[in-house]
Every structure is written in structure tokens, then in C-alpha cells.
Design a protein around this ligand. Sequence first.
Ligand code: NAD
Length: 497
Amino acid sequence: MKKINHFIGGVEYISKSDRFGDVFNPAVGEKIADVSLANGDDVQTAISSAKSAFNSWSKTPVLTRSRVMFKFKELLLRDMDKLAAQVTEEHGKILSDAAGSVTRGMEVVEFMSGAPHLLKGEFSENVGTNIDSWSMRQPLGICVGITPFNFPAMVPMWMFVVAIACGNCFILKPSEKDPSLLITLGKLLKEAGLPDGVFNVINGDKEAVDNLITHPDVAAVSFVGSTPVAEYIYHTASKYNKRVQALGGAKNHMIIMPDADLDQVADGLMGAGYGSAGERCMALSVAVAVGGIGDALIEKLKPRVQSLKVGPGNDPEVEMGPLISKAHLSKVKGYVDSGVKAGASLVVDGRDIALQGYENGYFIGGCLFDNVTKDMQIYKEEIFGPVLSVVRTDTFDSALKLVNDHEFGNGVTIYTRDGDTARAFSNQCQIGMVGINVPIPVPMAFHSFGGWKRSLFGDHAMHGMEGIRFFTRLKTVTSRWPDGIRSGAEFIMPTMK
Ligand code: NAD
């Protein structure tokens, strides 16, 4: 059986720990690897390696750091097909989607190739007589990333690319469900010229995470995953005086106004509701039909959901792959059962899908609910599967209230032809990322990604200028050169006369 180890100091590192996790190919339901689960000694080894690399990396000219990013981008392009196949094998998503997710990560590399410009400071001449002042942003030290299973390439790249280009050293703890890609990325970074110890990978579970987020030498913790774990990471790491950004779960709504183009709406809902089997934090899981368009919407959606092509992610004809694990499959089916029990109408039932040759894979077909109400569990909780709920409501105001009353605030979108309605919505919704006639409003690398409410704990979103602020700290220097004039000691606050 293949063993997945760790990556420390530029080489694969074998732990003395005898704890392992199982890694599966979810399309066939077979175990394909044992992943080593790190202990406290392994974490210490990674931290020591990062610590010894920091002094020289943080002093490396920013142009040299950005050239490593340029080279890393070339290598990502060179190996794109292999990287996508690695994502598909362990995660299950279709190959084209896997390549898209690597590309979205690569866009952060492109953004940070501009580090010399992005890290320029500010300078003010003569803030007092013959006194100058300037501000600069300096790296924090050792930063840690902890990432979820659903984007094994993109989400880690949101973090480590920004951190490293800013002059930090980094330790990434990927999801133990699909961990192998990060070691591949570590080797590519080394090939791109990154010095050993600047980027390290620790595989593991809660034991590794707890050792990392409480370690005195760790300066900052960046987390993406489910809300309960995000909240735990935020409180624990903050208690140990780390800077923390912790992104959590979501329940993203699409508001469909009566004047919207329903074909465009249905296309948007299909891709954003069922793409990647709904395992995206920006997946649309609630469609809010405003003002009597519910029947027409269901009529458009039902045949599309029924004809979704479900199968292994490496089949180019397939539109939706399996879920990540057997446990997650039964959790998603449980949600569908609970919706039926609560009285929602199950218009398309994908629970009993059977795929010849893939009987043990973790597949579920697309599910579509109508007449879902806000008290139902399927409305309140994140399902993280291919289950779309249609909620009917009479007015724009009641649709807006639904969105604003929900505990999550990650993404939302409105479909309408009316600019005034769209403007009012984007202005008044309590959500971090908003679309207008766009199904998945994921900000580009040069903007920043982050939700509101219980979808993000901390003050900073990911990548863009927010990411740079998170991974650097501000220093302001006020300077005067001796000019021979001595005015004696002053005991009052310096002010301009
Ligand atoms: P998860 O919270 O189970 O795991 C995320 C990471 O935390 C993993 O590395 C895991 O090993 C670690 N972890 C799990 N339990 C832990 C514990 N008790 N203590 C310490 N560490 C722990 O999430 P997941 O199932 O891998 O990913 C799916 C979730 O991630 C969904 O809720 C999804 O919405 C969310 N997500 C959010 C975003 C975002 O940007 N907001 C992006 C992607 C995924």
C-alpha cells in the first residue's frame, strides 16, 4: 500500500509515529494509501526546519522571492494534467473541474509574482521639520495553514503562496482525506528554487493541528474548513496569541426575481448547485423563487437534474463525480431523508443511483426539493452535497430577510434584469461575497475571498491585499538626522506648531 509521509526541509520525511489514516479513491470506494498522522515530535521537526530557514528567507530580496513564484507558475502549467488527475483520484471531482481549481490557485501565484510592487511601503517627507516617516510591512515568521478536503490545491495556495512571497516560512496541514497533492506541490516549489524549510507539509489530524496552533514559535494560523472547527481554531489559536483567520461553512442562496431569465437561472443553479457534487463552500444550495415563479423554475430544473451525468471524475462525459467518503454519503442521504420527513417535496430523488462497475463508489444523484421552509434542517444546515432546496417567497424584502437571518454569510447571488433591485440587494445583504447574475461569485486572486457572520472568524479575508495584510505586520519609522541644533529635552507630546 502506498504511504503518504510528510515534507520537511525540502525532503520527504518519515515519522516514527505508527498512526495512519486511510485515503480512498471515492469513485471505486477502495483504499489507495496510508497517510501518516503526525505527532508532536514531527510538528517540532517541521517548526525547527521553518525556523532555521526564516532568517535567510525573510532577508532574501523580494524580487528574488517573486522570481520563485514566476518559476512555480511555469511548473504548475507544465504539470497541470498530472496535478488535476491527482486531485480527481483522491477527491473525486471531474478532471476539468480539478484543473480549474488548480488554475484558481495558480492565479494567486500570478498575483504574488508582483510582490515587489505589492509590498512597497509609504513615505512622507518632512512630517516635522527635517523629520521623515515611512511605513513598511514585514513578514511574521512561521505561519501555519490547515485546509479542508474539498479544494486540495486551491485553498492551500490561497495561503502559502501569499505567506511565502511576503517572506514567511510556512507549514501546511492538509486534509487527511486527500493529502498527497501537497507533497507534490512542495517538490515543485523546491524545483522552482525555494530554499529548503521555507515550505513544509505536516500530514495528520487533530493531534497535529493542536500541536501547531499552540506552539510558541507559530505567529499566525490560517484555517479553512467547517464552522465548528473554524470556531475552535479561532478561539484556541487566539488564546495562544496567534494572528488567526478561520473560514467556515456556508449556505449560499440565489435570489430569483420574477423578471430574471429563467434559462440563465437554471444553468447557473445546475453548475453552482451540482458542480463538484455540491462540495464547494460557494455552492448554491438554496434557490429563493420570488413572486410566483416557483412552478416555472421547477419545470426548468427538474429535467436538468434528472439528466445529470453522474460517474467517475476521470470520464470526460461525466458532469458530477462521487462524494468524498462513505460516511459523508450517508450523512447527505440522511439530510434528504430529513427533508422528506419534514414535509418538503422531493421533486428529484438521487439517493438510489446505481452505476455499473462503480457499485462501491460514493455516488448520489442530484436531488431537488421544492417547498422548503426556513424551519427545516435541510434549510438551516450546510449539507455539502448535490441537494438543492427551492424556497418560495412573495417579495424582495422577505427574500432579503431570509438571507440576512441565516447564520452563514459566505456567498449569495441575485438574478434580475432590474439594476435598482440588484443594487439594493448588494447594498443591504449581510454577506461577504455577492453575485449579480453570476452563479458563483468567487473573487479573483487580486481581490479577497471571505464571508461574514459564522462563515469567517477573524479580521482578514484570504489573498488579495487582505491576504498580504494578514501575512505581514506594519512597521512605521520616524527619522531625523542630527543637524547640530540641540533644543534640549522635551516633556510634552510632539505636535506640529
Ligand atoms: P473540517 O472542518 O472537517 O476539516 C478541515 C481541517 O480541519 C482538516 O485539515 C482537518 O484535519 C482539521 N480538523 C478536523 N477536525 C478537527 C478538530 N476537531 N480539531 C482540529 N482540527 C480538525 O472540514 P472538511 O470536511 O475537510 O471541509 C468541508 C468544510 O469546509 C465545509 O464546511 C465547507 O463549507 C468548508 N469550506 C469553507 C471554505 C471557505 O472559504 N469558507 C472553503 C472550502 C471549504
